[in-house]
Design a protein around this ligand. Structure first.
Ligand code: NAI
Length: 248
């Protein structure tokens, strides 16, 4: 019997990059996967096909178009997922955007957009999924934060604030729901090679040269940590750095 054979993980921003790798890993472990992202429904099958999902179980992968920043959309989407899929017990808040700029140049819109997706989006999803977790007597939440949220990063006031906010959200949710067998943890990735970072090459990023493990991270490095936290029963409220040793 596969490990998660009658369980569903919701992965936001799961059509590419780190989210796609997390979806793929959990699907291989036997979980059904509900991917939430912004692409139109007709474009999703090709993206999912490119993920090369493999599993020996009878689990399914379905796509739901939804903007995580929209409270009502996330509510409707979670309700639909709960109708369509095996019991929802896991959530990975991975959807995230950057709108970089120095504070003196940053517009109100740039600040609000990043907070809405990265921080409010996670709140929306946790709030709506919590009913399912309580009903199913189990919940495992992983929020994808960032080392920028722990140390700050010039040019990313909006992004760093949203990722630091996720740390506070994680610890509060961990405390509020602990008695219900719902855990909530965060991962703080370092420099990971994805579309989000494609314009920052390892060569021209001064941080990359300081990574003790000597290479940028891969989405698979984050997926490995996410699966670990999703399967852990006695870990809650932690922020796990997955950064090749950068933060030592
Ligand atoms: P990416 O840009 O490659 O993928 C992000 C995905 O989220 C995309 O599929 C996008 O369509 C989706 N998305 C964006 N806004 C959305 C919304 N409002 N609603 C639903 N889906 C939305 O990014 P990447 O690199 O895979 O990053 C994933 C997460 O990891 C993000 O939260 C990012 O902040 C975080 N992270 C990434 C690092 C890196 O070096 N790549 C480092 C630290 C954290």
């Amino acid at each position: 019997m596969e490990r998660y054979s009658d369980e569903t993980v919701i992965v936001t921003g799961g059509l590419r990059g780190i989210g796609a790798e997390i979806a793929k890993r959990l699907y291989s472990a036997g979980a059904s996967v509900a991917i939430i992202d912004m692409a139109d429904e007709e474009n999703a099958p090709e993206a999912i096909e490119n993920m090369h999902l493999t599993s020996e179980g009878g689990n399914v992968c379905r796509y739901y178009k939804c903007n995580v920043a929209d409270f009502e959309q996330t509510k409707r989407t979670v309700t639909q997922i709960a109708k369509d899929m095996p019991k929802v017990t896991m959530l990975v808040n991975n959807a995230g955007i950057t709108r970089d700029g120095l504070v003196m140049m940053m517009s109100e819109q740039q600040f609000d957009d990043v907070i809405s997706v990265n921080l409010k989006g996670a709140f929306n999803m946790i709030k709506h999924c919590s009913r399912q977790f309580i009903k199913n007597k189990c919940g495992r939440i992983v929020n994808i934060s960032s080392v920028s949220g722990l140390s700050g990063n010039a040019g990313q006031a909006n992004y760093s604030a949203s990722k630091a906010g996720l740390v506070g959200l994680t610890k509060t949710v961990a405390r509020e729901f602990a008695a219900k067998n719902i855990t909530c943890n965060a991962i703080a990735p370092g420099f990971i090679a994805t579309d989000m970072t494609k314009d920052i090459s390892a060569e021209n990023n001064p941080l990359a040269a300081q990574i003790p493990l000597g290479r940028p991270g891969e989405p698979a490095d984050i997926a490995q940590a996410a699966e670990f936290l999703l399967s852990a029963s006695y870990i809650t409220g932690v922020v796990l750095r997955v950064d090749g040793g950068l933060g030592m």
